[in-house]
Write a protein that binds this ligand. Structure first.
Ligand code: ZN
Length: 295
């Protein structure tokens, strides 16, 4: 009865294990002999074939080797890096110089990718926590505006004299320029005002009051009071016209200067009252932009 292939294989493995030293010694002797080149080639070819046929085993063996010799390998790598540090740095420098465009492009792309990831992350966070995020953003916005104001204020304080001199010298020029600008951009300015108003009427009105009050010299401490008048006029359920004493429905309320602003009436709490649109129109000493229509 002859052996199967498996039996032969098992046998030869066992034999090899038992006589390893001897086999290797004989191989070495033969390869050092006159026929060495041919034998080495045959051996290399056999090895190559075996490795190709037993790929997984080879990889496993490599892994096991690395596992067994981890410290040794790390030490060797570190030593190599240590010994070739200067060379590596020089090579890297040259590489960077030669590939600057490419490297810059890559880093720009990476930055854009990170920005985009952050944006997506923030967007999803925003979706899950809309109120907190809005509050956070609002706080950030306010902090930025506050910092800007502080900076502008301290800049002004430091350079008060020269700023005043500069403004005085340019005052007439500015008046001329403003007039020209308004003349040339009348439509655009009106459209912008309409847009601001439609976006946030209360804010628009508050800003307009603040500007107007500043122009008319309203004391700063009464600004809050003036805002309160506008707020009340807008939000109160019942409100009577100070001229005809009728109840004014929401959306038909006007904050009126008792003594017209166009004739020098100050924007002060004591000079403001709420009128219905009928009375307000009758009282036509005012220009349209002096009427604060409330929704
Ligand atoms: Zn009225």
């Amino acid at each position: 009865m002859s052996w199967t292939k498996e039996q032969w294989s098992t046998y030869s493995k066992k034999y090899y294990r038992l006589h390893r030293e001897e086999i290797l010694r004989k191989q070495k002797e033969q390869r050092a002999g006159p026929d060495g080149d041919r034998l080495r080639k045959i051996g290399a070819e056999q090895n190559r074939k075996w490795r190709a046929a037993n790929h997984d085993e080879v990889l496993a063996e490599k892994r096991a080797y690395r596992e067994r010799n981890r410290d040794k390998i790390r030490e060797r790598d570190n030593k190599f890096r240590e010994e070739h540090r200067e060379e590596r740095r020089a090579a890297e420098k040259i590489y960077r110089q030669e590939h600057r465009e490419e490297i810059n492009k890559r880093s720009r792309e990476r930055a854009a990718r990170i920005r985009e990831e952050k944006r997506i992350e923030e967007a999803s966070y925003y979706e899950e926590h809309p109120e907190e995020t809005e509050a956070e953003r609002e706080a950030e916005r306010e902090a930025r505006i506050e910092a800007k104001k502080e900076w502008a204020h301290s800049y002004y304080e430091k350079n008060k004299e020269s700023i005043r001199e500069y403004r005085a010298a340019k005052a007439w020029q500015r008046v001329e320029y403003d007039a020209e600008y308004h003349e040339a951009n009348r439509e655009r300015i009106a459209a912008r005002k309409r847009l601001r108003y439609s976006e946030d009427p209360a804010k628009f009105i508050a800003k307009t009051i603040a500007r107007r009050a500043a122009r008319l010299g309203a004391p700063e401490e009464s600004l809050a009071e003036i805002e309160e008048i506008y707020r009340q006029a807008k939000e109160r359920k019942t409100l009577r016209c100070y001229l005809c004493n009728r109840l004014i429905p929401l959306g038909d309320r006007h904050v009126d200067h008792i003594f017209p602003a166009s004739k020098g009436g100050p924007t002060r709490p004591s000079n403001l009252a709420v009128a219905c649109s009928k009375c307000n129109l009758k009282k036509s000493a005012k220009l349209p932009e002096e009427i604060g229509l409330l929704l």
